[in-house]
Design a protein around this ligand. Structure first.
Ligand SMILES: [Zn+2]
Length: 354
């Protein structure tokens, strides 16, 4: 299995600027997460490659042009404002919440227009990290388009809370959506996205909500009690051409392996006629994750890997969340054990790619 890792991800590290007044608690989406996941890969003989530079065209196939321009230039414009010379992050003081709906030109106003919360501050290297992360997702999609049975993009920052024109959670560019769109444009007729991150993939849902060619399924903690709060409910089933092709399976706080795996299975059973699967692979359903409230263990992630592989479809794995860093290595190892264990029983040959 080829693994793609954005090389500059560690330069996006909001935790290092907490002292400038961002938040009293640590920023959970940290570079150390990647190091933990890499240890699991190395133990399996898997090495990570840097992604190729695909430019912005395949990203603009999903994201709004004004939003991309904002992300690219926000830090410089912000710092150029009088009094902000020492401000190390773009962080809005005002947000374009209901019923505010006019897009301004001022950088402070644009920050509140394009950034939906304090979890997505734009630092000096955030754009390059997000861009490189998206390129890793594109490379993983290309590997599968080229015939690989699976590929893994170890994306950081993650992506599934990013809408077409809005950053959210810890996410700027929606890596899973970009990979799915790449697959579509590469000739895959129907793509399924399975999001098992504990937080609902609200950005991904919004991007494909009215489309019949990308089926979105999300298993997550009930948003009435957990971020993203405002989407992810069971009655959100898609609209227009996408009607009945969006499936949300919210679970009660405290849900353990069996309930979670039943939901994953139900989600996989719901796909109709998909050719390739994209997995938004979060490990924050883990018991004790500091951002969430479920109680899944490594056994659960192993079971998810088995069930996903049992579909027998070409699969693109896209890393999302997982913030209890000391469990990430074991959880990725367990997921891959389940995934490749089930793959080995299929007729499709497995490549033992280092
Ligand atoms: Zn999450």
């Amino acid at each position: 299995m080829r693994v793609f890792l954005p090389p500059g991800h560690a330069r996006h590290d909001p935790d290092r600027i907490v002292g400038s007044g961002m938040a009293a608690r640590p920023y959970f989406e940290r570079p150390g997460r990647v190091e933990a996941l890499l240890r699991a890969l190395r133990a399996k003989g898997l090495a990570a490659e840097a992604p190729r530079d695909h430019g912005t065209a395949p990203i603009a196939a999903v994201h709004d042009a004004g939003y991309l321009a904002f992300l690219e230039r926000a830090y410089e414009e912000w710092r150029a404002q009088p009094g902000r010379e020492y401000d190390l992050a773009v962080r809005p003081n005002a947000f374009a919440v209901r019923p505010l709906h006019r897009r301004p030109t001022n950088i402070a106003g644009l920050a509140g227009w394009y950034l939906s919360g304090h979890g997505a501050p734009v630092l000096e290297h955030s754009w390059s990290a997000a861009l490189s992360s998206a390129h890793a997702a594109i490379d993983a999609a290309d590997a599968v388009l080229g015939g690989d049975p699976q590929a893994y993009a170890l994306t950081r920052p993650p992506g599934h809370h990013a809408h077409a024109d809005l950053a959210g959670g810890f996410c700027f560019l929606n890596n899973a959506a970009i990979a799915a769109e790449r697959l579509r444009q590469g000739g895959v007729a129907r793509v399924g996205i399975l999001d098992i991150d504990v937080h609902h993939g609200n950005g991904t849902q919004a991007i494909f909500y009215e489309r019949e060619d990308v089926h979105f399924v999300s298993v997550h903690s009930d948003p009435a009690g957990l971020y993203p709060f405002y989407a992810g409910y069971a009655d959100e089933v898609g609209a227009g051409h996408g009607t009945a092709l969006n499936l949300n399976i919210p679970l009660p706080a405290g849900a353990t392996d069996s309930l979670w795996l039943d939901a994953v299975e139900r989600g996989l059973d719901a796909y109709v006629g998909i050719d390739t699967l994209v997995v938004s692979l979060g490990f924050d359903a883990q018991r004790g994750d500091p951002t969430a409230n479920l109680a899944v263990t490594a056994d659960g992630f192993r079971g998810a890997g088995q069930r996903i592989a049992a579909l027998g479809l070409p699969t693109v794995l896209i890393q999302e969340g997982g913030y209890l860093i000391e469990t990430l290595e074991a959880n990725l190892a367990a997921f891959l054990d389940g995934f490749f264990g089930a793959r080995a029983t299929q007729t499709q040959p497995l490549e033992a790619t280092p």
